[in-house]
Design a protein around this ligand. Structure first.
Ligand code: NAD
Length: 428
């Protein structure tokens, strides 16, 4: 359960149940798909800089691997719960399936706050995590990646620990590595760019010009920054971004009517995606409460921070001008809020389609690492664009044909693919 009372795992299961009913899934298959096939819980004893040992609770959840090895990030967050990890693992199963890549769904998490840790302590957590899980991951089993508050450096420490234990090199054991250490070119940009490839196609279908489109983005981390980058490159305007402020322990949004200057904001943002509030003020940004990100008169909202951003409490504050939501974050809309959005005919591109660029590029990284052959950035981004565009149209076309919302169409495609793989393997 998160602080605000929403349980993402219950949310993920509700979403699944609704579509499983529509697809008339076999009972056994339903039981198999509504829960993870395996999960691991650890207490990691970690040496701290002051010589003490601190124990961190950690998880790895493997939701389903019928389509291929599990895939999913490892999140460092003080409010991480096993249910959040379960939900995220389940959404990874649907994400890899809708993106049509031969991987299953997994996710990991460590309950910790990197703001309070030194680099050495973070390295110790990474190595300890791999000591705990190394028997149960691997290029053909489960391949972790970065997520909230984990980076390429964390992935490199984890890969190094895995290789030390195995006594061999395994560049394909983890993705999101630094580029000069087997990471794929384009991986850093992939999730945010993928969000915008999908938005670009949506606007084409609606016969609207991206150059006349205004967005408000929640978050200013990896996904938000690269979504803003490509959107602005295509000619769109971002009027607001938001972030967590560690000092004040609350979120702020930063607004500029004419549009943000991305490089200017990046230059005053730390590695956690938090903008320096004093410097932002000097540069003319209006600082507003974090929740104001969804109150602006824009065309599109891009939630790109954490889950449960749009709830029944704040959904009514979205102005009528907004008619599209493209979900960069995982699980940003609660089911109650989604019902209100449905009544409003809001076009919602669901998270596991819109943010599938990250896992698609991670898959490309796995392919490159396993072959020890690396592609140029243009090739990676070109393949990514093709893959996101075709996933978008599969979902869009089904939604039009069946007269259902994009979320339902995406779920139908994903669940059907995983169900067929389970059946073909003879699991049910
Ligand atoms: P990140 O850690 O780089 O950035 C998170 C951002 O959210 C930061 O700017 C932080 O300040 C901000 N934030 C945190 N709490 C907030 C709040 N209450 N209000 C406003 N802003 C807040 O993380 P990221 O990698 O950009 O991931 C963002 C979301 O996208 C997560 O839901 C993640 O699971 C999802 N996602 C990430 C990837 C990826 O490749 N990074 C892929 C798919 C999905």
């Amino acid at each position: 359960m998160t602080e605000d009372g929403y349980n993402p795992y219950e949310m993920a299961q509700e979403q699944f149940d609704r579509i499983a009913e529509k697809l008339n899934l076999d009972e056994g298959l339903k039981d198999l798909l509504r829960e993870p096939i395996r999960e691991y819980h650890f207490n990691l004893p970690v040496k701290m800089d002051d010589g003490s040992t601190k124990v961190f609770r950690a998880f790895r959840v493997q939701h389903n691997d019928a389509l291929g090895p599990c895939k999913g990030g490892i999140r460092f967050h003080p409010e991480e719960t096993v249910d959040t990890v379960r939900a995220l693992a389940m959404w990874m199963t649907w994400k890899t399936a809708v993106a049509d890549i031969p991987l299953g769904g997994g996710k990991g998490g460590v309950i910790c706050d990197p703001h309070d840790l030194s680099d050495r302590e973070e390295e110790n957590i990474c190595r300890e995590y791999i000591r705990a899980i190394n028997q149960n991951i691997g290029p053909l089993r489960d391949v972790p990646a970065p997520d909230v508050m984990t980076s390429a450096q964390h992935m490199l420490w984890m890969m190094d620990e895995y290789e030390t234990i195995q006594g061999e090199k395994y560049p394909g054991v983890i993705t999101g590595k630094p580029q000069d250490m087997g990471g794929s070119k384009g991986r850093t940009e992939a999730t945010g760019y993928g969000v915008i490839y999908v938005l670009r196609e949506l606007l084409k279908e609606l016969d609207r010009d991206i150059k006349d489109t205004v967005a408000s983005i929640q978050g200013f981390g990896n996904v938000a920054q690269y979504a803003a980058e490509l959107f602005i490159e295509y000619g769109g305007t971002v009027v607001s971004v938001s972030c967590w402020d560690q000092e004040d322990k609350k979120a702020y949004s930063y607004y500029k009517e004419d549009g943000i200057d991305l490089e200017e904001l990046r230059s005053i943002t730390d590695r956690f995606g938090s903008i320096d509030k004093e410097k932002a003020k000097e540069k003319g940004y209006e600082r507003l409460p974090g929740e104001d990100w969804l109150k602006h008169e824009v065309d599109v909202l891009i939630p790109a921070a954490l889950e449960n951003a749009i709830t029944e409490d704040n959904v009514g504050e979205i102005p009528s001008a907004v008619d599209m939501i493209v979900s960069g974050a995982n699980g940003p809309i609660t089911p109650e809020a989604d019902e209100v959005l449905e009544d409003r005919d809001m076009i919602v591109v669901p998270d596991f389609l819109a943010n599938a660029g990250g896992v698609t590029c991670s898959y490309f990284e796995q392919v490159q690492s396993n072959q020890n052959y690396y592609w140029p950035k243009e090739e990676v981004l070109g393949k990514l664009d093709n893959s996101m565009t075709s996933a978008f149209y599969e979902v869009w076309d089904l939604a039009q044909r069946k007269n259902v919302r994009m979320r339902d169409a995406a779920y139908m495609i994903a669940i059907q693919r995983v169900a067929e793989a389970c059946e073909a393997r003879g699991w049910v």
